[in-house]
Write a protein that binds this ligand. Structure first.
Ligand code: ACO
Length: 329
């Protein structure tokens, strides 16, 4: 092990209480529980309250991560937040969470890598910790996707949910070593998943609102193929980079975008039984950047890792962006 090895020393997550079921969606758009279940594996997703924002959810997840790491907010040097749905374009959601936590000495910034955000942040935190620049970093993903979901578009509105995840990363104390992370991107395919308006290219106007351009637009079929291809390749590269094989992996946590995508990736792992592929997609839908962080927190709380066990994380999202990472117990 290197002299400074970045480790996840505590995790937390937060899901809003309100549940949106497939039968609720049947009342809103022309869909059915049967279609949603067979095409996505989703049964329910969580929806934040009107006055509950990304920063609120992120703060709750962060408090749980700090508690599990047994350190206080005043010891955090840097707060990194991944979100497609920040409270504001600026100031950053990281600054709002820094204030809510009273993490006075923490530098704070948002990073945008869509559904791959949590992995991008783990990679950055690892670099900052192992270079010796910072001692304790709080990584947070927080999404209120319900506000950018068009509940008149049945091809997207069944997919997304709200929620947040967090972890504390440090070189000190006991935890899960961040052993290797491989990231990728392909901006040539940026138009496949996009929120067309609200940025400098198309500022908000009466016309953009009338045209429903402040919602997620996605070419579902093409995204599906890319998601399978990119996550499979990222897992392979990440294992090779760490000189490991699938036999060394105890759990796979894939991005929770669609059960069929997860099953297609799982098929490539000949020796990993299906009960070792951790799924929350049926309960929470796709929570974008928060997705693998929520699943990681839930896995560690329900199935504590034994010494030597390893977790493989993989994610994919708008950008396009993708990646995989190995955590060691
Ligand atoms: N209920 C009933 N019928 C529906 C629904 C629905 N909710 N949605 C679409 N359909 C219909 C379509 O209209 C189409 O009908 P048609 O054949 O008469 O034209 C039919 O079902 C098939 O539609 P497809 O789009 O081909 O369905 P598909 O099997 O591809 O499933 C889905 C769509 C679930 C979106 C899938 O393509 C998918 O999961 N894509 C990947 C999503 C993803 O990975 N996103 C990750 C990134 S997200 C981010 O970064 C924010």
């Amino acid at each position: 092990m290197k002299s400074r090895q970045a480790k996840i020393i505590g995790t937390g997550s937060y899901l809003p209480e309100k549940v949106l079921t497939n039968s609720d969606l049947e009342k809103i758009v022309d869909t059915s529980d049967e279609w949603i279940t067979t095409r996505t594996g989703m049964k329910e997703r969580r929806i934040a309250q009107a006055d509950e924002f990304a920063s609120h959810m992120g703060t709750k997840a962060a408090l749980r991560a700090l508690e599990s790491a047994k350190i206080s907010a005043s010891e955090i040097d840097f707060i990194l937040v991944a979100s497609l749905t920040p409270d504001y374009v600026f100031p950053s959601t990281a600054c709002l969470i820094q204030s809510a936590l009273g993490a006075k000495k923490a530098a704070s910034a948002d990073v945008q890598a869509a559904c791959t955000g949590y992995l991008y942040l783990l990679s950055m935190a690892k670099a900052f910790i192992e270079s010796g620049q910072y001692k304790n970093i709080l990584v947070i993903a927080a999404e209120k996707l319900s506000v950018i979901t068009n509940y008149k578009d049945r091809s997207t509105c069944v997919l997304f949910g709200d929620g947040a995840a967090a972890c504390v990363i440090s070189a000190e104390g006991k935890g899960l070593a961040i052993e290797n992370i491989q990231l990728g991107a392909d901006g040539d395919l940026a138009e496949l998943i996009v929120m067309p308006a609200g940025g400098s290219r198309k500022p908000a106007s009466a016309e953009t609102v009338a045209n429903c351009e402040h919602f997620i637009k996605m070419a579902g079929n093409e995204v599906f193929k890319q998601a399978v291809r990119r996550m499979e390749a990222a897992c392979k590269d990440c294992l090779e980079g760490a000189r490991l094989t699938e036999n060394d992996i105890s759990w796979l946590i894939p991005h929770q975008a669609n059960s069929r995508i997860i099953d297609a990736i799982a098929k490539r792992f000949e020796h990993l039984p299906s009960e070792r592929i951790f799924k929350t997609v049926q309960k929470y839908g796709n929570t974008s950047a928060s997705s693998i962080g929520i699943a990681l927190d839930e896995l560690l709380r329900t199935h504590p890792l034994k010494s030597g066990e390893k977790i493989l994380l993989t994610a994919f999202g708008a950008g396009l962006t993708w990646g995989a990472g190995i955590l060691g117990g």
